[in-house]
Ligand binder design. Structure first.
Ligand SMILES: *Cc1c(COP(=O)(O)O)cnc(C)c1O
Length: 405
């Protein structure tokens, strides 16, 4: 863990374990150069030069550590990786070009032909397609299960099962999975548990401390927090991350130094943003539950959420995403969305700007109507990613939607 620390110019090492999340988000992984810059430096360079032919040979053979080429390593990307490893309390992180590149890199690094994966059916749509449509071509099979049903996880295991994959809370209905319980199921069968921690970020949930083996993120969401860059990251053991790094330096699913720098800046405000997102989302969820025209609100922070006690047990906050059903059908949901004035109509989430989405015809539009119904995603469902605008202004905008029902 020593390399998760931050350094003075004199290169005194600090240990990440000695500091809290808010401090690590601001300081972990920073390596000041001799210039003494206070903000993180950025290294937009594709390759690195050597002082001699002998040094070049030593770097390429691995006899000496050091940068060679930014498809392999880059100091800005490394700073981001070290900060993420410190925040998730993992041994090592590997940054990728997108969240989906993280899933792909992990699967191809840790799995081989004949291996089997058990995956929550309520994961990000492209994650389902990646396992179901593309990784299946390499002979990696995947079974999908109800993420809230521990018996279903257990029942789906096969002798070849190597990986269990889940996302909690899920999108868009905020279903939770008991991370520790599924980690125990995985470990009893010699398999590993991967948790997509995108919706809460390490500020509100640390799956590795609950027994997960690998955490993945779409950094595109809350880690950036301001909707600027696409990126991803994996955190886990040195051994697993070395496998992932080997794949990534070969396949080129690498994060760019510019994006890593933007994500470093995003991380500095992550804990304080997550608290503000959570506070407003809880207030709006409670308010929406009282409004005529609203049939049901889905948010783990609500007492009416069937897994509210689990949220209290494994999360340090409830997050910024909620969804709700309006009285009526798809037309009513669309009327609600179109009547709002300030909310951004977009499928993205995790931004300081609040966004409103109709999952049934956008993020989940490619599912069959039957699969959508089975997942509980009705035509009258609306998802809200609550940003950092004033709470009264957000209520005012939603009131316009309610008046249009
Ligand atoms: C967006 C998202 C992804 C994919 O990330 P990209 O950066 O868009 O590739 C994966 N998981 C979750 C939960 C997401 O929201």
């Amino acid at each position: 863990m020593a390399n998760n620390g931050f350094e003075r110019p004199q290169r005194v090492q600090f240990d990440a374990q000695d500091y809290q999340t808010d401090t690590l988000a601001v300081r972990a992984g920073q390596h000041r150069t001799d210039e003494g810059e206070h903000s993180d430096p950025i290294y937009p360079t594709s390759s690195f030069v050597f002082s001699s032919a002998r040094e070049a040979a030593a770097r390429f053979s691995g006899a000496e550590p050091g940068n060679i080429y930014s498809r392999f390593t880059n100091p800005t990307v490394r700073a981001f990786e070290q900060r993420m490893a410190a925040l998730e309390q993992g041994e090592r992180a590997v940054a990728t070009s997108s969240g989906m590149a993280a899933v792909l890199s992990l699967a191809l690094a840790l799995l081989q032909q004949g291996d089997h994966v058990v995956c929550s059916r309520s994961v990000f749509g492209s994650t389902v397609s990646l396992f179901d449509k593309y990784l299946s071509r390499t002979g990696i099979r995947t079974s999908f299960v109800d993420p809230t049903d521990l018996a279903a996880w257990e029942a789906a295991l096969e002798p070849q099962t190597k990986l269990l994959f889940l996302e909690t809370p899920s999108n868009p209905l905020g279903e939770l999975t008991d991370i520790r319980a599924v980690a125990d199921i995985a470990h009893r069968h010699g398999a590993k548990l991967v948790v997509d921690n995108c919706f809460l970020s390490p500020a509100l949930q640390k799956p590795l401390t609950l027994g997960a083996d690998v955490v993945m993120h779409s950094a595109t969401k809350y880690i950036d927090g301001q909707g600027r860059c696409v990126g991803g990251v994996l955190v886990g053991s040195d051994k697993d991350m070395e496998e992932v790094f080997g794949f990534l330096r070969t396949a080129g699913t690498t994060m760019s130094p510019f994006n890593a720098w933007v994500f470093l800046k995003g991380l500095e405000t992550l804990p304080i943003r997550m608290r503000a997102h959570s506070e407003s989302a809880l207030a709006l969820a409670n308010w929406l539950e009282q409004q005529p025209g609203i049939k049901r609100v889905y948010y783990p922070g609500l007492l009416s959420h069937p897994q509210h006690p689990l949220a209290l047990a494994q999360q340090a906050g409830f997050g910024g995403v909620l969804s709700f059903e309006v009285e009526g059908d798809r037309e009513a949901a669309w009327r609600f969305i179109d009547a709002t004035r300030m909310l951004s109509i977009t499928a993205n989430l995790g931004d300081v700007k609040s966004t409103i989405t109709h999952p049934g015809t956008t993020t989940h539009g490619r599912m069959s109507p039957e699969a959508r119904a089975a997942a509980g995603i009705g035509d009258n469902l609306i998802r809200l990613s609550v940003g950092l605008e004033d709470l009264q202004d957000l209520k005012g905008d939603l009131a316009l939607g309610l008046a249009a029902l």
